[in-house]
Design a protein around this ligand. Structure first.
Ligand code: ZN
Length: 428
């Protein structure tokens, strides 16, 4: 064990230990008490013997003149607002001419130090943006700008290598079913890395084309598996741009289509039976019916059995949905194809329009659905669903954002697994 002697503590010592900037020194730290509110001002100055650096090439350049003092918000100490003060030099670079020097704690014109932006951004993953702002005596706007900067940095520095499997999905956002209420997302769903790769507004062909273009032709060329829903605009773009990859309509989406169909049958039947005794069988059954039979327990299970003994349309729709689970258990492509054919036949004869609609949809996409069996062992069902649920948590928490850009930043921030700028000291 090494133990260093205890020292008389000066804030400058701490600052030099955790945040030393080569070529700059901490001149003075002041505690100000104005109208009984405290403030800590940290004054920096350039090292007298060292030239400033050109902000573009980071090479030393001769001094030109000095600009007025600027302020940057820093991580608060003991809940006391803390800031950096420094008068930047202008330097004359042989190559880039006269310009403001490189300031290592600053990012452009932002009035917040890089350290503080990283600090706020890290907290903004654990708390809501509003709570983060309140906890560290800053504004919601400052938290948003910090997250945005952090995300842009991460996107600029991330590596898009080894991406073999992607999932493409549409996400509902906000209220209503207009085109603006949907987002297109692209996930990486490889076993070794699951993350959000891209998000963009709307769910059109153009949205997906923009997403794939953002990933770049090299990433698209390297794809082996593409998972998606049966959304026609996506199917067309995938066929045109990633035809070399195995395109799979994944289990998660097909299951949610089946659930929606059962729910439609239930709602229509509820309306038809209103006021009649049979209606009681359907009461409070919505969530039970959306589950897999094996996951329904206790009284809900008894109620479900009670419903299944009736000749109600909802019971028949549920049974159809439940039998479809067997489809995913096949190992042989031939048997799976036979099952699908028989199931669709039954659904088409069911006289339940939502179920017939599903059967027609499954038939017309048979090949892409059966691709799931070709990719078996390589693609699992979980990741798209898992990422989807996480997205919902973020968009819901971010409901107050209102602007699309803020929500986009929050999604990348929470699900993008972006690299982070390195700091000499981890503040949080
Ligand atoms: Zn330069």
């Amino acid at each position: 064990m090494t133990r260093r002697p205890a020292i008389q503590l000066h804030l400058k010592t701490v600052l030099n230990r955790i945040q030393h900037f080569a070529g700059f020194i901490y001149r003075e730290v002041r505690l100000l008490d104005q109208d009984s509110s405290l403030r800590i001002d940290i004054h920096l100055e350039a090292h007298a013997a060292m030239d400033g650096k050109c902000a573009q090439c980071l090479l030393a350049a001769s001094g030109y003149d000095r600009l007025p003092e600027r302020f940057w918000r820093f991580v608060p100490l003991w809940g006391i607002p803390t800031g950096f003060f420094y008068a930047p030099r202008r330097v004359n670079c042989a190559e880039h001419g006269i310009g403001v020097e490189h300031i290592p704690w600053s990012a452009g014109k932002r009035p917040v130090t890089i350290t503080m932006m990283v600090f706020l951004a890290r907290w903004a993953r654990r708390l809501s943006w509003r709570e983060t702002a309140r906890a560290f005596q800053t504004s919601w706007e400052a938290v948003y700008r910090s997250v945005d900067w952090f995300v842009q940095w991460g996107l600029a520095h991330r590596k898009l290598e080894g991406i073999e499997a992607i999932g493409i999905d549409e996400i509902h956002w906000g209220k209503g079913l207009r085109s603006e209420n949907f987002l297109t997302v692209i996930y990486q769903i490889d076993r070794h890395c699951r993350r959000l790769l891209w998000v963009g507004p709307r769910r059109t062909q153009a949205s997906l084309r923009r997403g794939l273009a953002a990933l770049g032709p090299e990433v698209v060329r390297g794809l082996r598996f593409v998972c998606s829903d049966m959304w026609q605009p996506y199917l067309q773009v995938i066929a045109a741009q990633a035809g070399h990859a195995l395109h799979i309509l994944d289990r998660f989406h097909i299951t949610s289509h089946l659930n929606q169909a059962v729910d439609q049958v239930r709602r229509a039947e509820c309306n038809r039976l209103r006021g009649r005794p049979q209606a009681a069988k359907l009461k409070h059954m919505r969530w039970t019916l959306l589950r897999r039979g094996s996951r329904v327990r206790g009284r809900a299970k008894q109620k479900l059995y009670g419903l299944l003994h009736t000749k109600l349309a909802t019971a028949r729709a549920w049974m159809l949905k439940e039998t479809f689970q067997d489809f995913w258990r096949y190992r042989s492509l031939t048997w799976a194809a036979t099952f699908l054919d028989v199931w669709c036949e039954r659904a088409l004869r069911s006289r339940l329009e939502p179920m017939r609609k599903i059967a027609r949809m499954l038939r017309s996409h048979e090949e892409l659905i059966l691709n799931w069996f070709k990719a078996k062992g390589e693609i699992s069902n979980g990741p798209v669903e898992g990422l989807n649920n996480k997205i919902r948590v973020v968009t819901r928490r971010s409901y107050g954002f209102r602007t699309y850009h803020a929500m986009e930043a929050a999604l990348y921030h929470n699900l993008g697994r972006l690299p982070e700028p390195e700091l000499t000291h981890r503040f949080c």
